[in-house]
Design a protein around this ligand. Structure first.
Ligand SMILES: C[S@@+](CC[C@H](N)C(=O)[O-])C[C@H]1O[C@@H](n2cnc3c(N)ncnc32)[C@H](O)[C@@H]1O
Length: 297
């Protein structure tokens, strides 16, 4: 089923910091895999990579229980695009009738979410919060502030979100996909010979606010499990930016390294655009673009 030519990747309804939308075409055309086994994505985040690749059999997992529950709810039809439309239309009215300060209706939904953990509230928060972040405090409570736009849910945005949910409903149809809340170590225990795993762990040395904290030990363990594991792999990591190079490359003695470049926007100013070279380490048997890889030093 892979490699796949993807020009404009589709975007899923739940966004997250570190989302790989822009890298989907690069990832899709760099890997080859016969699709015989199962596709694993143990750090699914938004799911943008696997959803665009559309494997027949897949196990998507993450330690963030709310992301997993959201997609399980779509799968069981507890949430449908129709339900999302009605829900957002109702909530939009309440949001627009409150101020953009700490008394905003947003905070009422945030408190409700921290009590009840409803997937619809999670979607509402993700699409009206500050910068599409997902962040939790050390008690496990969602604590992203309001994006300060009470008129956020205009008709066009609601339709956009509804279409994103409808897209996920459509690609799930007829597929053998499972969504499981578990740490990457558990996912590795399930992998077999013909499987393929796409890995996009949190970047080390950076605070990211994800549900779980990431550490040097995890990074070392993950590199080891990946290289010793039975499944073919593609592993995303940052390679270098204008200030420094990734010092964790030395853990990789196996596989081939492909690099690309893209810009991160930090703030609105053009001068704040930061060039980042992103890398993909791919197991030998799964490398598609043999002519463009750079050997690892
Ligand atoms: C860089 S993000 C993945 C982004 C994703 N590729 C995308 O494009 O949206 C990393 C993800 O790893 C998850 N995570 C953090 N620690 C984890 C662990 N120990 N096991 C599994 N997932 C973990 C976070 O919740 C987060 O969703």
């Amino acid at each position: 089923m892979l490699p796949k030519k993807i020009i404009t990747p589709k975007v899923p309804p739940i966004k997250i910091q570190g989302i790989k939308t822009k890298l989907v075409p690069f990832i899709a055309e760099s890997i080859k895999w016969d699709g015989e086994g199962t596709y694993f994505e143990p750090f699914m985040g938004s799911g943008v990579v696997g959803f665009n690749l559309e494997p027949q059999r897949a196990i998507f997992s993450d330690t963030n229980p709310y992301i997993i529950q959201f997609y399980k709810d779509i799968q069981s039809k507890k949430i449908t695009s129709k339900i999302v439309r009605t829900f957002l239309e109702n909530e939009a009215t309440k949001l627009s009738s409150t101020p953009a300060d700490k008394t905003s209706y947003y905070y009422e939904v945030r408190d409700r979410f921290n009590e009840e953990h409803s997937s619809l509230d999670f979607l509402f928060l993700q699409r009206s919060n500050f910068n599409g972040m997902i962040r939790f405090n050390n008690k496990g409570n969602y604590n992203v502030p309001f994006g300060r736009k009470p008129e956020r849910f205009q008709k066009a945005l609601i339709t956009k979100i509804v279409n994103q949910v409808a897209w996920v409903e459509k690609i799930m149809k007829g597929k053998d996909w499972q969504f499981i809340c578990m740490p990457f170590t558990e996912a590795f225990k399930m992998m077999k010979e013909n499987d393929f795993v796409y890995l996009d762990p949190p970047y080390i040395d950076r605070y990211d606010g994800y549900y779980d904290s990431w550490s040097e030990e995890y990074a070392v363990l993950l590199a080891e499990l990946t290289q010793k594991g039975k499944a073919g792999y593609a592993f995303s990591m940052w390679y270098e930016n204008q200030y420094r190079k990734n010092t964790h490359m030395e853990k990789w003695t196996d596989g081939k390294l492909l690099t690309t470049e893209h810009f991160y926007h930090l703030g609105a100013k053009e001068s704040n655009r930061n060039k980042m070279i992103e890398a993909l380490v791919i197991s030998d048997k799964n490398l598609n673009l043999e002519e463009v890889y750079h050997e690892q030093q």
